[in-house]
Write a protein that binds this ligand. Structure first.
Ligand code: ADP
Ligand code: GLC
Length: 475
């Protein structure tokens, strides 16, 4: 079975968040299930640089006003189609934001172009390739389902929602650039409260909708989480399902990870300590055996890190230390940096995107904090499980589905893998952190929880099978 996956970021070629990890891992995971997945992505500079054996597959004289080429090739082990459209994608830095930190003004054109190409490629219009299923990730790819609906032909489509908060919304005047018939600006097309929404169009037109955890699939059908799409999702509930993300257990393996100071496994967990010492050095923390909390995150409202930042003076007062790597909203960056300046040796902050350091944090810190207000799936808690870095998470979305809270019953049943809290507000997060300190003080019990996490299956095996059976059901 041939599946064309379309995503705006794919690890290890280009990454700003979990979408890249998922889009990068799916082809390998699905291969074992008889699915040949190729990936279409934009020709950002980093992608063009990584491309090998590229041959022109189709040339457009005009795509959004200029010439463009679809290239077929491989890149870091992935079979890819790359949309080489320099006027749209040959820009340095972040794929979505300009140097001023604002969305590129032509994001609608950029991702409408990607979606037009996806639809044509999947339908077999561009050359000797045709997909049996077209799998679209997030708003950047969503319009492909709309093009197929209104142009006709092509394979069945799966629309995966990684985060419904980003829906690709543009003023109604943008409808004109999309090259869709007038009737597509309607309730069963791309119209969304008078605007154009790419994701809304994808959700309305795709044959199947998935999101990245069962709990989030239910949540987005409600007004609290649906971001205005809940009515549409309720109406389409029969084709909506939640498939929890896995992780790439080769890239994330504490026995072989080259970004760690020391390798370890369930058989020699004690070796992990050398990584804790490396964390102390790297983050300028005073040495000691006390708890070091870890954070690897976008610093945003979604992630609840504004709430966490307001607790830092209290947290340091309890004797805890913190190693945080993250970038994001200026007010949260400023708050964590100010706390680090107030508490030298207790709080270390790196405000960069640093893939290697994110591995060391998982391999050396005692906890992985994820206090998200909403979390479609979340990957850092899964990396935490695999690395013996005990997740402390909000009870929402994929966090609720992947972590078993260390309450008394779960501890005596021997199933706890982390700490959960709810609601996402200061007092309950504080309570969770106090509970965590209590659990950490009991060394054998803590180690049991680490080992249980490390023994949890966080691989793609089960979820890849679920995607494969979804595809099969569609064709
Ligand atoms: P989201 O996609 O919403 O940001 P996820 O937990 O699904 O959340 O995925 C986040 C991914 O980005 C993880 O792979 C995490 O390790 C990585 N990440 C986030 N911030 C940083 C950072 N500052 N440096 C390195 N990796 C980061
Ligand atoms: C989004 C979500 C995150 C999820 C990731 C990959 O970025 O915010 O929860 O893990 O996509 O599916």
């Amino acid at each position: 079975m041939q599946v064309l996956s379309v995503a705006s970021e794919v690890y290890p070629l280009i990454k700003t968040g979990g979408l890249a990890d998922v889009a990068g891992a799916l082809p390998g995971a699905l291969a074992k299930h008889g699915v040949t997945m190729r990936t279409l992505l934009p020709g950002y500079p980093a992608v063009m640089a990584a491309l090998e054996n590229a041959v022109p597959f189709h040339r457009y004289e005009k795509l959004m006003g200029h010439a463009a080429t679809v290239l077929a090739g491989t890149a870091k082990g992935l079979e890819v189609f790359v949309l080489d459209a320099p006027h749209l994608f040959n820009r340095p830095g972040n794929p979505y934001l300009g140097p001023d930190g604002k969305d590129w003004p032509d994001n609608a054109q950029r991702f409408a172009a990607l979606s037009q190409v996806a639809a044509a490629l999947a339908r077999g219009d561009l050359g000797a390739y045709k997909a049996d299923v077209l799998h679209l990730h997030d708003w950047q790819a969503a319009l492909a389902a709309v093009y197929l609906r209104y142009q006709g032909g092509g394979p069945k489509t799966v629309m995966t929602v990684h985060n419904i908060a980003f829906n690709g919304q543009f003023p109604p005047a943008y409808f004109g650039i999309l090259d869709l018939p007038p009737q597509a600006f309607a309730i069963d097309g791309v119209e969304f409260y008078g605007n154009v929404s790419f994701l809304k169009g994808g959700l309305a037109c795709a044959n199947a909708i998935t999101t990245v955890s069962p709990t989030y699939a239910n949540e987005i059908c409600t007004a609290d989480y649906g971001m205005g799409m809940q009515g549409l999702l309720q109406a389409r509930k029969a084709v909506l399902s939640g498939i929890v993300n896995g992780i790439d257990t080769d890239v994330w393996n504490p026995e072989t990870d080259s970004d760690l100071k020391a390798h370890y496994s369930v058989r020699n967990l004690a070796a992990r300590d050398a990584n804790k010492r490396a964390i102390e050095q790297r983050f300028g923390l005073e040495p000691g055996d006390g708890i070091i909390h870890g954070v690897v995150s976008r610093l945003t409202w979604q992630k609840g890190l504004d709430i966490f930042a307001s607790l830092l003076d209290w947290l340091v007062g309890t004797g805890a230390r913190l190693a945080l790597v993250g970038t994001g909203e200026p007010n949260i960056e400023a708050a964590v940096m100010a706390a680090a300046a107030r508490h030298k040796g207790r709080i270390g902050v790196v405000t960069k995107y640093d893939e290697a350091l994110s591995h060391l944090v998982q391999g050396g810190c005692d906890t992985m904090l994820v206090p998200s207000r909403f979390e479609p799936c979340g990957l850092t808690q899964l990396y935490g499980l695999r690395y013996g870095c005990v997740p402390v998470v909000a009870r929402t979305g994929g966090l609720a589905d992947t972590i078993i809270d260390a309450n008394d019953a779960a501890i005596s049943a021997g199933v706890a893998t982390g700490i959960q809290f709810s609601p996402v507000e200061g007092a309950s997060l504080q309570n969770a952190l106090s509970r965590t300190a209590g659990l950490f003080a009991n060394k054998p019990a803590w180690m049991n929880m680490q080992l249980r996490g490390m023994g949890t299956d966080v691989s793609w095996d089960r979820s890849a099978a679920a995607y494969a059976s979804l595809y099969k059901g569609l064709i």
